[in-house]
Design a protein around this ligand. Structure first.
Ligand SMILES: *Cc1c(COP(=O)(O)O)cnc(C)c1O
Length: 754
C-alpha cells in the first residue's frame, strides 16, 4: 500500500537506501501526513472541544505509525534497503506546546478520544518557542527559546481566520491543525492551534528568553506561560487566554451552525471541557458571542453556556488557583468584564457568601469560582484530590452544587507509554497474554505468571535492555556515562518544592556520608533527575543547583563514585521520558501528601515495571489499591495529618532540623565540600529555607523516607521477589489507561456517541 521508494524518487530523485536520515524523515512525515489527512474525521451531532493552554505531545511519527497500523510495514521497507526506522525517528524534534503533567494529560486524552472514535478536538495556541529549552552551565539552569517551527512539522495551516477584539485593538488569528489518528479506527480528530501572522520571533534576545512584553501583536504566541513576575507579563498571559477562548468559541459556534444548530439548541451540539482554569473566560466569551453577535437574549445565553462548559480542576496550590484583577481583564476585553460583573451579581444575589463570590472585595476575579457556578461539571483528577476538593478546598461549593462534583482519575495512553516507548515489553505481553489488551488496556492476565520463572527472567531481561538503551542514549546525546547494571532510581517531573526533589537531595547527602564512612551499597546506585524550574521560581532553581553540585562532588570523589552517581538530564521532555521510564527500576513519587492532585508520571513508571516509592498522595493511593500494598513502597504522613498541620500552623522545620539524624544532612548543603562546587548565595538560601521554613515539609517525612529507601535498595537484591513485584505492577496498571478515563468522561460528562 505504501511505497516509500516511490516517495523517495519523487522527493529526492534517489532511492530510499541512499537518503540521509533527515531526508528519510521528510519522506515519512509527508507520507504519513497525507495518509492521515485522507482519513475521515470522526463525526456526530454533538462534539467535544477540549480547551487547554498546553498540549505536551512529544514526537508524533512513531505513535502515528502505530495508530495507523503501518509501523511494521514502514520499518520493513526501510530495513529492506539498509535503513533504520529508529534512526529516522531520532531526527524528530518534539513540539514545544506544553510544560508538564497537565499538558501531557491533554495529549494522552486526545489520543484516547480518537482511539474511542469520539467526536472531539483539542483547542489551544501555537507557541513558537514553548516554555523554554533548559541548559546547564556552572551547575545552574539557563533558558533559551525552544525552537521547533523552523523545519517541516506536523502542523497543517488552514484558511480559517477569526478576528479577536482586545480593549483598543484587534488581531486576526490563523488556525493550524495537527491530526490525531485513532488507534485502529481509520478515523481522526484534530488539535486546533491558533496563532497570529504578525508574531515577530526576532523580538527575543539572543542569549535568553527576554522580550518586549508590551508588543502584543508581535509577542502573543511566542511563549507558553511568559514570565509573570511583572505586570506586563501577567497582562500578556491574560491576552493569550482571551485570544485562545475567543477563537475556540467562534470555532465551535461556526461548526455547530454548520451541523444544523440554531444556537438555542447549542448544548445538543457542543460540550467544552476546560483543562484547569486558563480557559475559563470561554464562559463570558460564549455568552458575549451568543448575545452580541447572534442576538440571543442574555438569560438564554447564560443558560445555554452553563449547560455546555465542564471544568477540570488540577491543583489546590493557592499560587496555582488563578485570580485576575478585574481591571486587567478590562484592559484585555472590556466587553467580557461587563458580562463577568453581571454573572457575579447573580451569584451574589443567590448566595450571599463571600467564599463563593466570583469577584471579591478587592475586585479580583476567581476563575475557578466562575467555572463552577457557570459550568455543569467540576471534576478532580484522583479519588483523593476530588475528596479534598469536596471536604476542604471547595467545601462551600460542594454544599451548593453536590451534583456537579465528580472524580475522573487521570490516565495515560498505552499506545505511547507502552507500545511506542517499550516495544520489548509490548512484545512480551503479546506473547504471554495475547493482544487483546491493546483494545481493553486489561493486563491482569499477566498476574497468573507471577511465580513463573521464565516470565520473571524475561521481565528482568527487558529492564536490562532498556537500561542499556538509556545508557547509550545519555552517552550519545549528553556525553553522560552511566552503569547499566546499577540500580536506576528516577525522579523526573517539573521542579517544585511540593514534589520534594530536595528531600531526595537530602537522601543523597545521607548516602554520600554513609559511603564515606565505609557503609557501601551492595550494588552501585544511579539516581536520575529531570525537570524544568520556572524562571521566576528561585527556590526551584536553587534545588537544581544543589543537585548539580552534589552530582559533581560525588563524581569527583573516588571513594564514592563507584557506588553512587547523580545525573540531572538536561531539558526533560516527552522524548527523554520515553528513554528514562522503561529503564527505571525505581519510581520516585514523593510529593507532600495532599499536594499532587494526581500525577501521571507515577502511572507511566508502574506500567513499565518500575517499583514505586511514594507518599499517600494523588493517584499513588489508587495505584497501591490496584497493585496491593505489598507491591509498592509507601511512606510518610497522610494528607489528613498534613492538612491538620497547615490549619494549626503546627509544623516547625526547626524541630525536625534539630534531630541528630537530620541536622548533618541539612548542614551539608552549606559545607565547604559542597560550596567548592556551588554558589554560596543559592546554597545558603536553600539551606535557610529548609531549616527555618520548609513550607512543603521535606523534613517531616525525611526519616521515614530514608528508612524506606534503604529497604528498597536491599530488596532489589532479591531477584525473584523484585521481578515478581515488577510483573504485578505491570499487570495491575490497566486501570490507569487514559481510555478508561475518557470512557468515564464520556459516560458522566460529555455524552458523545462512539
Ligand atoms: C508525564 C509527564 C509529566 C508529568 O509527570 P508527573 O510526575 O506526574 O508530574 C511531566 N513531563 C513529562 C515530559 C511527562 O511525560
Amino acid at each position: 500500500m505504501i511505497n516509500l521508494n516511490e516517495r523517495a524518487k519523487e522527493l529526492y530523485d534517489d532511492s530510499l537506501g541512499n537518503l540521509s536520515n533527515e531526508q528519510l524523515y521528510t519522506v515519512l512525515l509527508r507520507t504519513v501526513k497525507e495518509i492521515l489527512g485522507a482519513q475521515p474525521l470522526n463525526d456526530g451531532k454533538k462534539k467535544l472541544y477540549y480547551v487547554s493552554a498546553e498540549f505536551l505531545l512529544g514526537n508524533l511519527l512513531d505513535s502515528n505509525l502505530i495508530n495507523l497500523g503501518i509501523k511494521d510495514e514502514v520499518a520493513d521497507q526501510l530495513a529492506a534497503c539498509g535503513q533504520s526506522l529508529e534512526a529516522v525517528e531520532a531526527i524528530e524534534q518534539e513540539p514545544s506546546l506544553g510544560n508538564g503533567g497537565l499538558g501531557r494529560l491533554a495529549a494522552c486524552f486526545m489520543d484516547s478520544i480518537a482511539a474511542l472514535g469520539l467526536n472531539g478536538d483539542g483547542v489551544g495556541l501555537n507557541y513558537h518557542f514553548g516554555l523554554f529549552k533548559q541548559y546547564f552551565k556552572d551547575n545552574q539552569q539557563y533558558a533559551r527559546p525552544d525552537v521547533w517551527l523552523d523545519g517541516e512539522t506536523w502542523l497543517r495551516p488552514t484558511k480559517t481566520k477569526y478576528m479577536v477584539q482586545f480593549g483598543d485593538f484587534s488581531v486576526q488569528s490563523t488556525l493550524y491543525e495537527i491530526d490525531v489518528p485513532g488507534f485502529q479506527q481509520g478515523t481522526r480528530n484534530r488539535i486546533r492551534l491558533f496563532d497570529i501572522d504578525t508574531v515577530d520571533e526576532s523580538l527575543v534576545a539572543e542569549d535568553g528568553i527576554a522580550f518586549d512584553k508590551t508588543a502584543i501583536e508581535k509577542n502573543l504566541t511566542l511563549f507558553l506561560y511568559p514570565d509573570d513576575s511583572d505586570h506586563n507579563g501577567r497582562l500578556l498571559r491574560l491576552y493569550q487566554q482571551y485570544f485562545m477562548v475567543s477563537n475556540a468559541a467562534q470555532l465551535m459556534i461556526a461548526e455547530a451552525i454548520a451541523r444544523g444548530s440554531n444556537l438555542y439548541d447549542l448544548a445538543d451540539y457542543v460540550v467544552v471541557q476546560i483543562n484547569d482554569t486558563h480557559p475559563t473566560m470561554i464562559i463570558p466569551e460564549l455568552i458575549r458571542l451568543l448575545t452580541a453577535e447572534h442576538g440571543l437574549p442574555f438569560d438564554e445565553a447564560v443558560d445555554i453556556t452553563s449547560r455546555i462548559v465542564a471544568f477540570t480542576n488540577h491543583t489546590i496550590l493557592a499560587e496555582a488557583l488563578e485570580k485576575w484583577p478585574l481591571d486587567d481583564i478590562r484592559t484585555v476585553s472590556p466587553a467580557i468584564v461587563m458580562i463577568i460583573e453581571q454573572l457575579a451579581e447573580r451569584v451574589h444575589a443567590q448566595y450571599d457568601d463571600p467564599k463563593v463570590a466570583i469577584i471579591d472585595e478587592t475586585n479580583t476575579v476567581h476563575m475557578a469560582h466562575l467555572a463552577i457556578h457557570y459550568g455543569f461539571s467540576i471534576n478532580g483528577v484522583s479519588a483523593l484530590h476530588t475528596d479534598i476538593l469536596k471536604r476542604s478546598e471547595l467545601k462551600a461549593f460542594y454544599r451548593y452544587y453536590p451534583e456537579k462534583f465528580n472524580n475522573k482519575t487521570n490516565g495515560i495512553t498505552f499506545r505511547r507509554w507502552l507500545m511506542s516507548a517499550n516495544p520489548a515489553l509490548t512484545n512480551y505481553l503479546n506473547r504471554w497474554i495475547g493482544t487483546e489488551w491493546q483494545e481493553t488496556s486489561d493486563l491482569t492476565a499477566l498476574a497468573a505468571y507471577q511465580e513463573d520463572d521464565k516470565a520473571l527472567i524475561e521481565i528482568f531481561g527487558i529492564k536490562q535492555q532498556a537500561k542499556q538503551r538509556l545508557a547509550a542514549h545519555l552517552e550519545e546525546t549528553k556525553g553522560i556515562r552511566i552503569d547499566p547494571t546499577s540500580i536506576i532510581d528516577v525522579q523526573v517531573k517539573r521542579m517544585h518544592e511540593y514534589k520534594r526533589q530536595q528531600m531526595l537531595a537530602l537522601y543523597i547527602i545521607k548516602k554520600y556520608l554513609m559511603i564515606k564512612s565505609g557503609e557501601r551499597p551492595e550494588r552501585p546506585i544511579t539516581i536520575i533527575f529531570g525537570g524544568k524550574a520556572a524562571p521566576a521560581y528561585t527556590l526551584a532553581q536553587d534545588i537544581i543547583h544543589l543537585l548539580l553540585a552534589l552530582s559533581e562532588l560525588i563524581a569527583n570523589d573516588p571513594e564514592v563514585s563507584p557506588y553512587l552517581q547523580v545525573v540531572f538530564v538536561e531539558n526533560y521532555n516527552v522524548t527523554e521520558a520515553e528513554y528514562l521510564i522503561p529503564a527505571a527500576d525505581i519510581s520516585e513519587q514523593i510529593s507532600l501528601a495532599s499536594k499532587e492532585a494526581s500525577g501521571t508520571g507515577n502511572m507511566k513508571f508502574m506500567l513499565n515495571g518500575a517499583l514505586t516509592i511514594c507518599t499517600f498522595d494523588g493517584a499513588n493511593i489508587e495505584m497501591a489499591d490496584q497493585v496491593g500494598h505489598d507491591n509498592i513502597y509507601t511512606f510518610g504522613e497522610s494528607s489528613e495529618t498534613v492538612e491538620r498541620l497547615y490549619h494549626s500552623s503546627g509544623y516547625h522545620s526547626e524541630t525536625y532540623y534539630a534531630r541528630e539524624t537530620i541536622k548533618p544532612l541539612v548542614d551539608f548543603i552549606v559545607s565547604d565540600e559542597l560550596l567548592a562546587y556551588g554558589s554560596p548565595e543559592r546554597l545558603e538560601r536553600l539551606y535557610h529555607d529548609i531549616k527555618s521554613h520548609d513550607y512543603f515539609m521535606a523534613l517531616l517525612d525525611l526519616e521515614s523516607y530514608i528508612a524506606i529507601k534503604e529497604r528498597v535498595y536491599a530488596d532489589y537484591e532479591d531477584r525473584h521477589t523484585w521481578d515478581r513485584k515488577s510483573l504485578l505492577n505491570i499487570a495491575h496498571a490497566g486501570y490507569f489507561s487514559s481510555d478508561r478515563a475518557i470512557r468515564e468522561y464520556n459516560q458522566d460528562i460529555w455524552h458523545l456517541k462512539g
